[in-house]
Design a binder for this molecule. Structure first.
Ligand SMILES: Nc1ncnc2c1ncn2[C@@H]1O[C@H](COP(=O)(O)OP(=O)(O)OP(=O)(O)O)[C@@H](O)[C@H]1O
Length: 308
């Protein structure tokens, strides 16, 4: 990302409270053409609230939300977006083709029915009533509805929940195609491998704030954890008790450890079992980075509460 692309959507110092709950507590976020931003965070972190503000579904208490430089509640701004939310209520009796045609008719320059159907992998479902489809098929139809208007910006809230592996891969490929066309995508997901596979930029949210932002590699680099795997006679309980070990489990026959002091751990392992084989040491994945970052945010929040 050169950072030269136009900002399509932005939150500036956005605050939103529900009673005493600070759903968003001063969030700055901007999204440019051609990028995929993954919004990650534990349940209740504020992801849906942030998306709701950008979609104009709710209003900020303080700060600003902008869509294409306009108020997100303006209809012109909304014509540039496509949305796939976690729950969708669509008329069950309408056929898939009718649903796509109807949705496309709200947009100034929609894709053809065939193009939308092929991108979303629903070309063989066009004559079927929506209500008779399986959960995964309905999810793909919702994706077709999100992209059929040729939106410059797509909001996909947990898009691959309930999809089988093949359908998920197909949807990932379609998302990559949309990005390559110069569109932007905001994706929320609890599948970290999805963010790892697709995202240019990841924002990790916790307790209404963005606690970390950067590329997948930058986030991984922020945490000191490394993964170690090997075949060894060291047993799980012994490894788990070592101070260098953050997490220990068995991965089939192999011992799997994560550690924040990997050199010390390796010295200890070799001292106990000089015969160990198949040793692998890797940087932490996004999953471990995410766990560590959100745990740090929780620790800081409870330290602040204790100090108050
Ligand atoms: N309409 C509402 N009324 C009251 N509280 C709300 C409302 N919407 C959100 N909240 C609260 O605001 C906080 C942030 O919620 P939000 O739905 O944005 O989180 P999230 O990160 O999307 O979570 P999840 O991963 O579970 O979807 C939560 O504590 C939630 O209970």
């Amino acid at each position: 990302m050169g950072g030269q692309e136009e900002v399509l959507a932005r939150l500036r110092g956005a605050h939103k409270a529900y009673g005493k709950v600070k759903a968003l507590d001063g969030v700055d976020l901007s999204l440019r053409g051609g990028e995929l931003l993954a919004l990650l965070g534990p349940n209740g972190a504020g992801k849906t609230t942030a998306i709701g503000l950008l979609l104009g579904l709710i209003r900020t208490d303080a700060g600003e939300a902008e869509l294409f430089g306009q108020d997100p509640q303006r209809i012109q701004a909304r014509r540039g977006i496509g949305v796939m939310l976690q729950t969708a209520t669509l008329p069950p009796a309408l056929r898939v083709g009718e649903l796509i045609r109807l949705t496309a008719s709200y947009y100034p320059q929609p894709r053809t029915l065939q193009e939308s159907a092929e991108l979303a992998g629903v070309a063989d479902l066009l004559d079927r009533p929506y209500g008779k489809l399986s959960g995964g098929q309905q999810r793909r139809v919702q994706f077709a509805l999100a992209l059929c208007g040729r939106p410059r910006l797509l909001f996909l809230d947990e898009p691959t929940v309930g999809l089988d592996i093949q359908a998920r891969q197909k949807l990932w490929a379609a998302i990559r195609h949309l990005i390559a066309e110069g569109n932007a995508v905001v994706l929320t997901t609890h599948y970290l491998e999805e963010a790892e596979a697709l995202a240019d930029r990841v924002c990790v949210m916790a307790r209404g704030k963005i606690i970390s932002e950067g590329s997948v590699d930058e986030l991984r680099a922020k945490v000191s954890l490394k993964r170690v795997r090997c075949l060894t006679r060291i047993d799980l309980a012994t490894a788990r008790a070592w101070p260098e070990v953050v997490e220990a489990r068995m991965d089939g026959e192999r011992l799997w450890l994560s550690s924040d002091r990997v050199e010390a751990l390796l010295r200890r392992m070799l001292a106990v079992d000089a015969e160990l084989t198949g040793l692998e040491v890797q940087a932490a994945g996004l999953a471990e980075a995410f766990t560590e970052l959100t745990r740090d945010a929780d620790d800081t929040a409870s330290e602040r509460r204790e100090a108050a």
